[in-house]
Design a protein around this ligand. Structure first.
Ligand code: GTP
Ligand code: MG
Length: 310
């Protein structure tokens, strides 16, 4: 987007990305900010916490808030917390991007979210994502249906993956934001610590390399994160928590093969992100029923539903 002609007063505000699991919220946050901050996998319910991605322009600072996917099959305490986190983000935001998946079309879950949004006085923009996956004639009915669910609100088609029409989306987002100075320094991209980002990058590889219930029964927790003073090496030790003893050998794999693959992929991702060599050690811990234990969720930073707006 052209950033050369600032017009009007400086604006700054929070924009929540809301939608069902897997519609592309985290991908869109990364594309809008221009950095791979949020983890993205083909599996639904990848995102478990809120994450801020900050885009600073000459006329505005846009603080995007990625949220877990909203769904109704609540199940574990972890699932209920993540859905609460997402809905909580609606309370403290200046604008909402409501994403749907163009290829899947509008489904029940989307209608339920739209109903929740209908009472909001906050500006809501409907976003039809993944438009690269279907031909234009098939897109028009999806745009119409979403417009029907969001009377009086704008609807924008994008491909977050291919960066299509995202600059236009960004420009429509500035006007609704409150007038005010930037809340973060212009070189700050996120509210997450390097340690938290690394923890998520390890979990991303758990999602890529395990199947069925395993990704949902695992969590990564960094136990050591030390950078050499000359920044030539980052030493990371992380525990992978599983819910049941029977899941431990699955994560480790035959002869340790799966854990090795997860470790290698995560190390490459960490090295690319941090721009230095990384020594990564992973080990698996059984934490019985952790997805239903409030103390454990708290320890993992998954139980904080309070406002991020200090
Ligand atoms: N073809 C295509 N795929 C996309 C697009 N945006 C996202 N995806 C893919 O959709 C899948 C889910 O993307 P995420 O960004 O993790 O979706 P999410 O809404 O954050 O999902 P949760 O965190 O589980 O709620 C990934 O495989 C992405 O690569 C897009 O514009 N086009
Ligand atoms: Mg996500």
């Amino acid at each position: 987007m052209s950033d050369s002609t600032p017009a009007g007063p400086y604006r700054c505000g929070f924009i929540a990305l809301i939608g069902r699991p897997n519609v592309g919220k985290s991908t869109l946050l990364n594309t809008l900010v221009g950095e791979k901050l949020a983890i993205v996998t083909p599996k639904p319910q990848t995102t478990r916490t809120r994450l801020m991605g900050i885009k600073t322009l000459s006329q505005a600072q846009l603080i995007f808030v990625d949220t877990p996917g909203i769904h109704s099959h609540a199940g574990s305490l972890l699932n209920r917390h993540t859905v609460e986190l997402a809905l909580g983000a609606l309370q403290e935001t200046d604008a909402v991007l409501f994403l749907v998946d163009a290829q899947r079309g509008i489904v029940d879950g989307d209608e339920k979210i739209a109903a929740r949004l209908s009472g909001l006085s906050t500006p809501v923009i409907g976003v039809v994502n993944k438009i690269d996956l279907l031909p234009r004639p098939a897109l028009l009915p999806v745009l119409d249906r979403l417009a029907g669910l969001l009377p009086g609100r704008e609807v924008v088609p994008v491909s977050a993956l291919h960066d299509t029409n995202t600059a236009e989306l960004l420009s429509t987002l500035i006007q609704p934001l409150p007038v005010g100075p930037a809340l973060y320094p212009s070189d700050e991209l996120t509210d997450q610590s390097e340690r938290m980002l690394a923890q998520e990058m390890i979990r991303e590889q758990l999602f890529f390399n395990t199947q069925q219930e395993i990704p949902y029964a695992t969590a990564a927790v960094i136990e050591e994160f030390t950078e050499r003073p000359d920044k030539s090496l980052l030493v990371v030790r992380a525990a992978i928590h599983v819910e049941r003893a029977s899941q431990k050998p699955i994560v480790i794999g035959r002869g340790g093969a799966r854990l090795k693959k997860i470790g290698q992929a995560a190390r490459r991702r960490l090295e690319a992100f941090f721009g230095c060599k990384v020594f990564l050690e992973l080990f698996v811990k059984v934490s019985k029923g952790w997805t239903n234990r409030p103390g454990m969720l708290h320890e993992l930073g998954l139980s904080d539903v309070s406002t991020r707006r200090a």
